[in-house]
Design a binder for this molecule. Structure first.
Ligand code: HAM
Length: 416
């Protein structure tokens, strides 16, 4: 039996109804804050991601050559494609530009719970400004989305990549040596960061100062412990968030993020219920447009790991509404079949959802099928009733049956 490729999933009807339900909540939340949707190709020139996505993503890239010998790659994320689309088609639009996107991304990772090779992101970007206001708006949108899904337990941590970068430069680390050290600091793995720093000629005392910064976690007050324009900037971001009622984020100056393009504020959200793969959202401010042939434009954005928030919601016991069908039409005998199809067609034209028995089942079996497809009513089309222009309408939950004139059927079903 052929299975779906490792790290990918099929979404069956029950899954899809649940996914579409949450996707539409996210879409509405983004639109409520003035973001407009874009869609970009699932594959891009590999170069787009090689230019700035960072070593982790590159190792995970699904890259291939097409028949025209072009180097292409499935998108591992959608920020670079969104900025390419901006450079190509939106660069003259009035700024700031607020866009959002939803779709699948591909990373060649080791699959485990919450980590897939094909997964979905819902993301948003504000292009054209780097201000505390913009950053606050982006974080507020991300938090608003997580709230709107109904997730109960989550943490949001905000940092500024500039603080650690400046400190590392001060103690003598070159820009080239920084990325692996930053990755260790991000995970607060100081024992593993230390040998890398020592090799780069940093003394233990200076290293401790760096670790102190990476370990600065808490409320707005911890910002006072670290001087500099970045912490003053973050204090302003927090003050905007606070007046918008977004009080859950805490400061964590050790947040670095896995992608190389961030230059300023960075933030992450996690759902502790998920265990190892608990990060449900990541974002920050960056510039990429100049790498893709455009002008340098500051941008801030984020992406929510759609599959992971859904997993977290499931673990918290959230239930999404089940889609039901209004009517299931059954011909009581073979000579009423044509009329049954006519009635199903009429109900559909009236805007109701109607299914119809397609396989000459006996009445009891047809009724059983009607309830298994989640029909609210069964419409039984019998010869005798047809003679008076009527059909039998059965309420599938109470079992109550009534004779209804065919012309009254849509109103009866709708009035339920
Ligand atoms: P990222 O942190 O690499 O950021 O991914 C965002 C989210 O996607 C993660 O927090 C996680 O929930 C989810 N995710 C990542 N990899 C997987 C996977 N293999 N399986 C399931 N979920 C996964 C970005 O991609 C940036 N483009 C975010 C951004 C937008 N920054 C600025 N604008």
């Amino acid at each position: 039996m052929i299975q779906s490729p490792r790290g990918t999933r099929d979404f069956l009807p029950d899954d899809m109804e649940r996914r579409r339900f949450y996707e539409s909540i996210l879409r509405q939340t983004a639109q409520r804050s003035g973001f407009r949707e874009i869609q970009t190709p699932i594959f891009e020139e590999a170069e787009l991601f090689i230019l700035r996505s960072g070593p982790n993503i590159l190792n995970e890239l699904y890259a291939f050559k097409d028949k025209g010998d072009r180097d292409l790659a499935l998108r591992p994320e959608m920020t670079a494609p969104a900025i390419r689309a901006f450079v190509n088609g939106m660069s003259n639009d009035p700024k700031p530009i607020k866009i959002f996107y939803f779709g699948q991304c591909f990373r060649y990772e080791r699959p485990q719970s919450g980590r897939y090779r094909e997964f979905f992101q819902f993301g948003a970007e504000i292009i054209g400004a780097a201000t505390p206001e913009t950053d606050a708006e982006v974080i507020a949108t991300a938090v608003g989305m997580i709230r709107s899904l109904g997730l109960k337990e989550y943490k949001v941590r905000i940092g500024h990549i500039g603080v650690l970068r400046r400190k590392l430069a001060e103690v003598g680390i070159t820009a080239e040596d920084m990325p692996p050290i930053l990755q260790k600091l991000d995970k607060k793995l100081y024992d593993e960061a230390w040998p890398l720093m020592e090799d780069a000629g940093v003394g233990r005392e200076d290293a401790e100062k760096v670790f102190d910064i990476a370990g600065t976690v808490g409320g707005i007050e911890v910002l006072d412990k670290v001087e500099g324009e970045e912490t003053a900037y973050l204090a302003r971001v927090l003050s905007y968030l606070s007046v918008m009622g977004i009080t859950e984020p805490e400061i964590d100056l050790g947040v670095v993020r896995g992608l190389d393009y961030y230059t300023g504020m960075v933030f992450e959200a996690e759902a502790p219920v998920l265990g190892a793969e608990k990060q449900i959202c990541g974002g920050g401010s960056y510039t990429l447009s100049e790498l893709f042939g455009g002008e340098k434009v500051f941008t801030t954005g984020f992406a929510i790991g759609f599959d992971r928030v859904l997993l977290a919601l499931e673990k918290e016991g959230a239930v999404s509404p089940v889609k039901r069908i209004d009517a299931y039409v059954i011909a009581a005998s073979s000579d009423t079949k044509l009329r049954a199809f006519e009635i199903a067609g009429m109900l559909r034209r009236e805007g109701l959802s109607a299914d119809i028995d397609l396989s000459d089942r006996k009445m009891a079996k047809a009724m059983k099928h009607a309830s298994s497809v989640g029909s609210v009513f069964a419409v039984i089309v019998g010869n005798e009733e047809l003679g008076t222009g009527a059909v039998t309408l059965r309420d599938m939950s109470s079992g109550e049956q009534r004779l209804i004139k065919i012309s009254d059927l849509p109103a009866e079903i709708r009035g339920h």
